[in-house]
Design a protein around this ligand. Structure first.
Ligand code: DGY
Length: 438
């Protein structure tokens, strides 16, 4: 399995970064690169550093790290919306989108450093990570002290049922575009056409404002804010390692944690808040569990989140659905509306490892069992572990390397099971030499 994971990462490597998937996502995606770096750090820290530095090479002057950096060698028609839609370039000259994604990159940089200490790398990336946070503070912070997203794609959980209500305020607009995602994945596993029309209308309006004015969608997402807070507490460690003052980052991490508890927490789960109405958007999204990542989360909130994870997300079974199966909107196979994703499970696993190792262990085993049975698929049915979405998906491979490095191979059936029984499971990995193994 380790060989197969490395093979996926090697075959998705484009020279300076890793594409998430050859057919569906043929460019560089922001939070994908962070997760990939976390996995690459386990076998090639040099590749992990290159991955992060290449992404930050496309950072804008205002500090934003675009959610897609386009590869000029890939034809414009290969992905929609491509460079011709976004019409924006980073100072480096790269064509990019103008949206952002959850800032999990400081965590990735720190884990890369832990795998192979390299203060020169930390010194190089630290100001870029600080600028990424600064953009969010300047452009996106509300008086309540929380950071907002202006498009569901910025959440990373594009069509989560959590966005159904806020998206009602968005005019769908005329179609006038051809979806490329349906060439690679079946329509019942992807967002609907109606959702897509809204995504495109929102992105177009944001683009036409010069990527400045939030349009009809503006929400404070618990996962995004948790990532922002973890970035600050991680920047404190990076600053200290570079001989700089960690205190401002520690203060910022404490203040976002307090703001999240005050404004986004209710009844055992964190929820998004609609900035336009000021109302909490109560949902059953597993994004509401990711504040477990915050080191300063009060103990009683941690306990309540764990209770919710056990009751409404069946955490003890080891497989985390992206949306609670007890909620009516739950869907086993459609993108972010219920299937289990390795990155989401990994984030919650990070938050549980020190606090509840008894629950972190089955979660690690659940991630391993999912890829053992179905291969490195994009997402998995949380009941049957059947794979969905694209094949050979980079972050599924990368994060499994990280989980296995820490947890071991518990969860892999000892004998008898054929690796990759389902079509799309592991292929031959003989092309990857032993020197790349952990
Ligand atoms: C997609 O194309 O589905 C991406 O999530 C948008 O960034």
């Amino acid at each position: 399995m380790i060989r197969a994971a490395v093979r996926v990462l090697v075959s998705n490597w484009d020279g300076g970064y890793t594409i998430p998937s050859r057919r569906l996502y043929p460019h560089q995606w922001s939070w994908d690169s962070a997760f990939v770096a976390i996995g690459n750090a386990r076998w090639s820290p040099r590749r992990a550093r290159t991955e992060l530095l290449s992404l930050f090479g496309a950072q804008w002057y205002d500090g934003r790290v675009p959610h897609i950096v386009f590869n000029p060698a890939v034809p414009d028609g290969a992905y929609f919306p491509g460079p011709a839609f976004w019409r924006s370039r980073a100072p480096s000259g790269s064509a990019t989108s103008g949206l952002v994604q959850p800032p999990v990159h400081a965590l990735a940089a720190w884990k890369t450093h832990l795998a192979e200490p390299d203060v020169a790398f930390l010194r190089r990336i630290y100001p870029r990570l600080v600028a990424q946070q600064e953009f969010l503070r300047v452009a996106r912070r509300s008086p309540e002290g929380l950071v907002s997203i202006v498009h569901p794609w910025e959440s990373g959980m594009d069509n989560s049922p959590a966005w159904d209500l806020p998206l009602q305020a968005v005019e769908a607009g005329a179609a006038g575009f051809v979806r490329k995602d349906l060439d690679a994945v079946s329509a019942d596993e992807r967002p609907t056409d109606r959702d897509y029309q809204r995504y495109v209308a929102l992105a177009r309006a944001y683009r036409d404002s010069g990527y400045r004015d939030p349009g009809a969608f503006q929400v404070e997402d618990p996962l995004f804010n948790a990532a922002y807070g973890v970035a600050e507490s991680t920047l404190a460690k990076i600053a200290a390692e570079c001989g700089l003052d960690p205190a401002p980052h520690e203060r910022e991490a404490a203040s976002i944690t307090a703001a999240m508890v005050e404004h986004l927490y209710d009844d055992g789960l964190f929820h998004a808040r609609d900035v336009r109405t000021g109302c909490l958007v109560r949902s059953s999204s597993a994004a509401g569990l990711t504040p477990l990542l915050l080191p300063g989360l009060p103990r009683e909130i941690v306990n309540a989140l764990v209770g919710t994870a056990l009751d409404r997300f069946a955490l003890k079974d080891g497989v985390l659905p992206s949306y609670s199966p007890s909620a009516p909107e739950f869907d086993t196979a459609r993108y972010w509306r219920g299937p289990s994703w390795i990155n989401l499970a990994w984030l919650v696993w990070q938050g549980l490892k020190d606090r509840r190792p008894d629950l972190a262990a089955p979660l690690a085993e659940g991630m391993i069992a999912a890829v053992f049975g179905a291969g490195f698929r994009e997402y998995f049915d949380p009941f049957t572990l059947r794979g969905h979405g694209c094949h050979d998906f980079s972050w599924s491979a990368a994060l499994i390397l990280d989980v296995v490095a820490e947890h071991g191979l518990e969860g892999v059936p000892a004998a008898g099971g054929e690796v990759g029984e389902q079509p799309g499971g592991f292929g031959e990995a003989g092309d990857v030499g032993d020197h790349v193994l952990l």
